[in-house]
Design a protein around this ligand. Structure first.
Ligand code: URA
Length: 258
């Protein structure tokens, strides 16, 4: 009686599996999957991982590394070397050159831009493309220039490597390059900073919103700082050149009156 029951039950089970699409039995001998061993062995892989050859990945604090490297630089050349040796910013991998600075160290005005573009990446110098030509014209309008010994400026960027496709800087990129920027400012010792564009404001003032911030003197890195529209923005929106002119005059007055 019992064996007949088992036969029909087993047959029904098989038919059901055939209906589900099973076309063959994959093992020669049947496996009783309900026969679980009483003691389950620990997976060997876990033991192997704790062995001497396993090296756990160490999470590097890139900001702390940058702070130490920046603090160790006593000259601009040493700072350039420290930035060049910094391996934690992925932008470095995709860039052709390190874009460190241009202009005359010791200038009263230090201009902080955002990041190199294609031309800057090629040339290894900040602000040499169309936006750079615009910046040079703006400075010339108030009698200043990066090559003018009588009224020089010094120029750098928040990021020394070009972001791919000129995308916006990421917060972690700004954070890890900021110690180098602050050390850069401390070594150049300008009287004032001109902070151009939103991302430079983010790095130095901790906020964006250039339309509201521009033209208002504030403090950054312990110095008077003037946020201004980015020259690339002025190329796209020339109607804001009037505000930029007002800001340039404000810069000139600050240098004259202190
Ligand atoms: N824009 C920037 O902010 N910096 C450059 O060097 C070039 C374009």
């Amino acid at each position: 009686m019992e064996s007949a029951n088992t036969y029909w039950a087993d047959r029904a089970l098989l038919e059901w599996q055939v209906e589900l699409g099973a076309t063959e039995a994959i093992c020669e001998a049947p496996i009783d999957r309900y026969d679980v061993p009483a003691v389950v062995e620990k997976p060997k892989a876990v033991a192997a991982q704790t062995g001497p050859s396993f090296v756990a990945p160490v999470k590097v604090d890139a900001v702390a590394v940058a702070e130490r490297a920046a603090a160790g630089a006593q000259t601009l050349d040493e700072l350039r070397a420290a930035v060049s040796a910094f391996e934690h910013c992925d932008l470095k991998k995709g860039a052709r050159s390190l874009v460190f600075s241009d202009g005359i160290p010791g200038a009263k005005v230090m201009i902080v831009g955002e990041a190199p573009g294609k031309e800057e990446d090629r040339a290894g110098k900040p602000f040499v493309g169309r936006a750079g030509q615009m910046l040079d014209k703006m400075l010339a309008a108030i009698g200043m220039g990066r090559d003018r010994a009588d009224a020089p400026v010094y120029i750098t960027n928040v990021l020394p490597w070009r972001p791919p496709q000129n995308r916006d800087p990421k917060p972690d990129e700004i954070a890890m390059m900021q110690p180098f920027l602050l050390r850069h400012i401390a070594l150049v010792k300008p009287e004032v900073l001109v902070v151009v564009g939103n991302w430079s404001c983010q790095a130095l003032l901790g906020k964006r919103g250039i339309t509201r911030l521009r033209g208002e003197w504030t403090q950054a890195a312990g110095l008077p700082a003037l946020p201004m529209f980015h020259p690339a923005y002025l190329l796209r929106s020339p109607e804001f050149k009037r505000e930029a002119w007002a800001d340039l005059l404000s810069l000139k007055a600050k240098l004259r009156d202190g």
